[in-house]
Design a protein around this ligand. Structure first.
Ligand SMILES: *Cc1c(COP(=O)(O)O)cnc(C)c1O
Length: 418
């Protein structure tokens, strides 16, 4: 037996893991029914139906559907009147949308460090980032693990700032038995192709505030107001509507979520158990206050000392060659993406951006560490059975056994480059 990466021999895993998204008869039926109603647009009753169903699952009063998760964050911030010079605290480990939504409102994102175990906002870092200009904080429930909403709630109340949950990874997650999406002032979810509930694209804002719900609905619907005339536009809005087709698929996808979460939880528990006796790749413990974790991403920590000092990315390459779709975490914390370091931004609406941080010189310890030492498995790997998890472990063990062969390979490819 030898490594697939080095010898091109047969990998541990020759067949793929379950695909994502899962789909079948319910999606087909809903789509066809919708098609036949002839009501295809954003005013299809299906959109309202899905919005309410999704809000109910997350115990929020209102659900306003929109075209994607980025827009959901943006309209939530707009409804909070975030504008020029306002600071919004965001985690350094997230997708660009978390910070871009702030910039799209001409606010200034303030990046803070994350907890190295959960990749969610570090409460003490949030507290020390508060300034007189701070208006809101965006906790990301990273990979499905809710942020510490007790501490963030306390800090937000003390400093009178709003909380906009970025729940793009966390459909169905619960913190102390309360679903995410109802833990702050508003929450944004994404239904993009790889998210836990998906129609290819789509988003929603949840809130318990009727006035926020009205404002957000109006922004997404060209400034219209519910119950008023089609040509009466009360505010400057745009068209951010979700279509009936998306809602039809989403209604069926939402039904699948509870069973999928149970399945993934079972498999992640088993994976965690098996990893206890393996050294070099580990999964950090969840916060005990997390009562339901949908496992969008399973983040693992790599320790090169158990792999003969190999670079993480070479181990990942070797695992991928063995048929395991493991991925490196983000290549760098969000503040180091070119948007922030190359002055790519157009001028702020009021002339100049009033950033409270110099992004190009930021180096936040835990965020940098995770980008160097973390790896991910995505949710579909955990939708199958124990054999799938066993294959992952077999590949870990195999690559580890061949560490020294890989090290020779690493050395020779480095000397080639030199
Ligand atoms: C996917 C994602 C979004 C944005 O969602 P889109 O629907 O792709 O616009 C926002 N935040 C995070 C953390 C995400 O992963």
């Amino acid at each position: 037996m030898s490594l697939a990466l080095l010898q091109g021999t047969s990998p541990v895993r020759a067949h793929p893991f379950l695909p994502w998204p899962q789909q079948g008869e319910p999606e087909e039926k809903n789509l066809l029914d919708l098609l036949r109603t002839g009501s295809w647009g954003g005013y299809s009753p299906k959109v309202e139906e899905f919005g309410q169903a999704f809000a109910e699952v997350h115990r929020a009063k209102y659900g306003i559907c929109c075209s994607n998760g980025t827009v959901a964050l943006e309209v939530a911030l707009r409804a909070l009147k975030i504008g020029c010079g306002d600071e919004v605290i965001v985690p350094s480990i997230s997708f660009v949308a978390t910070a871009a939504s702030v910039l799209l409102c001409h606010g200034c994102p303030v990046f803070v460090d994350v907890d190295p175990q959960t990749c969610t906002l570090l409460p003490e870092a949030v507290e020390s980032a508060i300034s007189p200009r701070t208006r809101a904080v965006i906790p990301v429930h990273f990979g499905g693990h809710p942020a510490d909403m007790d501490a963030i709630g306390r800090i937000a109340a003390k400093h009178r700032i709003a909380i906009v949950e970025d729940a793009a990874h966390a459909h169905g997650a619960m913190w102390r038995d309360v679903p995410v999406g109802s833990l702050g002032t508003a929450a944004a979810f994404s239904f993009q192709a790889f998210k836990l509930v998906t129609a290819g694209e789509g988003g929603i804002v949840l809130t318990n505030s009727s006035s926020m719900a009205e404002t957000i609905w109006s922004y997404c619907n060209q400034g219209r107001r519910k119950g008023m005339g089609w040509y009466e536009h009360f505010t400057l809005g745009t068209n951010y509507r979700m279509t009936g087709f998306q809602a039809a698929v989403l209604c069926a996808q939402l039904e699948r979520l509870p069973a999928q979460i149970r399945k993934r939880t079972e498999n992640v528990d088993y994976f965690r158990e098996r990893l206890r006796s393996f050294h070099g790749i580990s999964i950090p413990d969840d916060d005990p206050r997390v009562s339901r974790h949908p496992h969008y991403l399973v983040t693992m920590h790599y320790d090169s000392s158990h792999f003969a000092g190999l670079r993480r990315n070479l181990v990942i390459q070797a695992l991928q060659a063995e048929g395991i779709p493991v991925l490196p975490t983000y290549p760098f914390p969000l503040y180091r993406t070119p948007l922030f370091i190359n002055g790519q931004l157009p001028p702020c609406r009021c002339g100049t951006w009033r950033f409270g941080q110099r992004y190009e010189s930021l180096r936040l310890e835990h965020a940098e560490w995770i980008c160097e030492n973390g790896m991910w498995l995505e949710q579909n790997v955990f939708l199958g059975n124990r054999n799938d998890i066993d294959d992952v472990l077999t590949a870990f063990e195999k690559v580890q056994r061949f560490s020294s062969a890989l090290l020779d390979f690493q050395r020779s490819s480095q000397s080639h480059r030199a």
